[in-house]
Design a protein around this ligand. Structure first.
Ligand SMILES: C[S@@+](CC[C@H](N)C(=O)[O-])C[C@H]1O[C@@H](n2cnc3c(N)ncnc32)[C@H](O)[C@@H]1O
Length: 256
């Protein structure tokens, strides 16, 4: 068994970074939206270790970052300090949060909206978003998967090309996360990963994890937005990269 006895090693953050941290394909879109709508501040929902929040803060935007995982928020706080930027980190549930301020832009990047326990969870997130947008503000919610001509996510099967290990070296430990199976089911795509730690040549399979990437048509988010007074805008496309499927961003505006 590989020992992980370094107090400085944030294991949850390392796995998160190994599996999500290298993605850059969506950053131009979030930066463009922050330039247009972020003057009243941006809120990053399901921020993880701050991949998006730190990119926006580095460009001078005022960013609040929310995640339900306190270890990830702790990693984000350290990184913001090292980078000399300020990001307010909040541990809360994206489906039910109450902050004492409003924002010009609320983002839910990557697959955050597909991890919320179904349409009821997504509707609650959108209700919370509506309560935190300034008039004229905008929410953009990403959904992973190939998109057809009509802009619907036709399937979220990621394909064999994506079954390659994600690897991160951190604190003398190698974190190797390999997708080993994907099952397309009615509620969504089950992704099973083998997470393996390696240190000093020792190798231990520590766990098998599985995650449901929920199926969600963009129209579901748009209708949920309309029910709480938000107006759907044109959907935005995030092109696929060599390592990641493309995404669609559903846009919901709060009337001025
Ligand atoms: C795929 S990661 C994306 C991280 C980050 N948004 C990014 O783009 O790099 C999903 C994130 O959503 C967070 N998350 C999942 N369910 C959540 C919830 N109910 N409330 C807040 N955060 C949640 C997870 O902890 C994780 O950090």
């Amino acid at each position: 068994m590989v020992g992980l006895n370094s107090a400085a090693l944030n294991v949850a953050a390392a796995w998160h970074d190994a599996e999500c941290g290298s993605y850059r394909g969506d950053l131009p879109l979030w930066l463009e939206l922050a330039d247009r709508f972020g003057s009243d501040g941006a809120l990053d929902l399901g921020c993880g270790t701050g991949r998006v929040a730190l990119a926006l803060a580095t460009e001078g935007h005022s960013v609040t970052a929310l995640d339900s995982d306190g270890d990830l928020i702790a990693a984000l706080a350290k990184r913001a300090e090292s980078a000399g930027v300020h990001v307010e980190g909040i541990v809360a549930d994206a489906r039910d949060f109450s902050l004492d301020r409003r924002f010009g832009l609320v983002l839910a990047p990557m697959q955050v909206a597909q991890l919320l326990g179904g349409s009821a969870g997504r509707a609650r997130m959108i209700e919370s978003i509506a309560a935190h947008l300034v008039p004229g503000g905008l929410a953009a919610i990403a959904l992973a998967g190939p998109v057809d001509d009509a802009g619907e996510c036709v399937s979220i099967a990621l394909g064999g090309a994506h079954l390659v290990p994600d690897v991160l070296e951190c604190g003398g430990v190698r974190f190797v996360s390999t997708p080993v199976a994907m099952r397309d089911t009615a509620p969504g795509l089950w992704i099973e990963r083998r997470r393996e730690l390696q240190r000093d040549g020792a190798k231990t399979t520590v766990e098998l994890t599985s995650l449901l990437l929920e199926r969600c048509p963009p129209s579901e988010l748009e209708e949920a937005g309309q029910r709480v007074g938000l107006e759907p805008g044109d959907r935005l496309m995030i092109p696929e990269t060599d390592d990641h499927v493309g995404s669609i961003a559903v846009v919901l505006g709060k009337p001025s």
